[in-house]
Design a protein around this ligand. Structure first.
Ligand SMILES: [Zn+2]
Length: 81
């Protein structure tokens, strides 16, 4: 079965429960956007969505989100040292 791709607009609100872009003050730690990475699955270039739904909704692969989360983790660890 195909892994589902995720609508980009839903990513932060669904995964974190908060849309950090709406916050009045920027947090000192900003999650890395999967969009800044090359997708490990379909090789979509940074800034380019993996897929488009009806030319409206940009979708990105789970693998790309996980890659960003790993970078997030590495950045967090570096900050704690
Ligand atoms: Zn992709």
């Amino acid at each position: 079965m195909e892994e589902p791709a995720v609508p980009l607009g839903d990513l932060y609100s669904s995964s974190m429960g908060v849309d950090w872009r709406e916050l009045p003050h920027l947090p000192d730690y900003i999650p890395i956007s999967p969009m800044t990475l090359t997708c490990p699955r379909c090789k979509a270039a940074p800034g380019v969505a993996c897929q488009k739904l009806r030319d409206e909704v940009e979708l990105i692969h789970i693998e790309r989100i996980e890659a960003a989360a790993e970078k997030d983790l590495a950045a967090k660890k570096a900050r704690l040292q």
